[in-house]
Design a protein around this ligand. Structure first.
Ligand code: SF4
Length: 351
């Protein structure tokens, strides 16, 4: 469905995107089933905006991020990227056709310990996107690496050192420098702070926001933690078992959630003032298995508002308020509990 309501042209527009993985088993490794990791997902991101994509582990958000940067081939759907005449459906490009666009679309990975090769110096790690795409070499490459290191608050003299010499927060800065070195317009950040201490998380989130302002970057920011999402996002999309169940502006979504799953996620966010009590909504049971999801609404076995129709009929994603989309049969009748979001996404997190 078309979830793009803004008169401006989005930088990224994903339409009906799906990714199914075959389940192989048995002696001959035959296909025995399908995991619908991403199922008919649509969203858009305006230039200079951050879309926070949130959901529990296994909901498909990381698969979405890998589809957008073409690390996975989509099963179906469209991934429109670019502005004006320079707009194309990345899903239809071959890897060779996608290569010239790669410098504009970069990724920051989750684990700063695992994502950096311990045998490579910072010059090799940060400079790799330039050398492998033949964008710079020699002195120019060193200058670009020095510039990227400075942007993330690291000294250019560090470029001859190896990752083990740095803390977790510094290593994530190296990962960000590597993403910035090609001067991209669009960055996919896949859980970039979840492996870091809370105090370091704040520094990295503030750095990402400062870089967005300076360089006019657009982010797709993936996280399982709503308290992180509410500090960095302009708009938020919520995923559950491969499907988008709600999307809205950050202020709208946090103050007026319309999907019971979003409400349950919010009930787990720590409150700044412990006297402001909200009761934690425990969703019984496990996240549904995407290889064998429940009938009807996938959330129904865990939903405290379930009705008979929820068990048999899957709800469609519908626009219930302006630019506020939700997939729930009872969206118009439930009064769910939200939390107050910061006044705007430029609010800095305290270290
Ligand atoms: Fe709960 Fe029914 Fe809404 Fe699903 S459709 S979230 S089960 S109320």
């Amino acid at each position: 469905m078309d979830t793009h309501q803004d008169a401006r042209s989005p930088l990224l527009e994903v339409k009906n995107l799906s990714k199914y993985f075959p389940i192989k088993g048995g002696f001959f490794s035959r296909t025995q089933g399908t995991v619908k990791a991403v199922d008919d997902v649509s969203f858009y991101i305006q230039p200079g905006e951050t879309l926070g994509l949130v959901g529990e582990s296994g909901c498909g958000k990381t698969t979405v991020s890998r589809l957008v940067v073409r690390l996975y081939e989509p099963t179906s759907g469209e991934i429109w990227y670019g502005e004006g005449d320079d707009r194309s459906d990345l899903a239809r490009l071959s890897q060779r056709e996608f290569r010239p666009r790669r410098k504009n679309i970069q990724m920051i990975f989750q684990d700063p310990y695992a994502s950096l090769d311990p045998r490579m110096t910072l010059l090799q790690i940060v400079g790799e996107p330039l050398s492998s795409n033949r964008l710079a070499s020699g002195t120019e490459l060193m200058d670009r690496v020095a510039e990227a290191l400075k942007m993330v608050g690291l000294r250019p003299e560090y470029m001859s050192r190896y990752p083990h010499a740095f803390s977790g927060g510094q290593r994530q800065r190296v990962g960000i420098a590597r993403a910035l070195v090609t001067r991209p317009k669009f960055i996919v950040a896949d859980e970039p702070v979840s492996a870091l201490d809370v105090s370091v998380q704040a520094q990295i989130l503030n750095l990402l926001r400062d870089l967005q302002d300076q360089l006019d970057l657009t982010y797709l920011f993936i996280a399982h933690d709503l308290s992180v999402i509410r500090h960095i996002s302009d708009r938020v999309a919520v995923m559950y078992v491969g499907k988008l169940v709600e999307s809205a502006s950050r202020t709208e979504l946090f103050s007026n959630p319309l999907h019971p799953y979003t409400e349950a996620l919010m009930s787990a966010v720590p409150k700044p003032n412990p006297k402001l009590k909200t009761h934690r909504i425990l969703s019984p049971g496990e996240v549904a298995d995407p290889a064998n999801p429940p009938s009807g609404c996938y959330f129904h076995p865990r939903c405290s508002y379930v009705r008979d129709i929820c068990k048999t009929t899957a709800p469609e994603l519908q626009e219930v308020r302006t630019d506020h989309f939700v997939a729930c049969h009872r969206a118009n009748e439930l009064s769910l509990q939200g939390i107050t979001a910061p006044a705007d996404s430029t609010t800095r997190m305290s270290n």
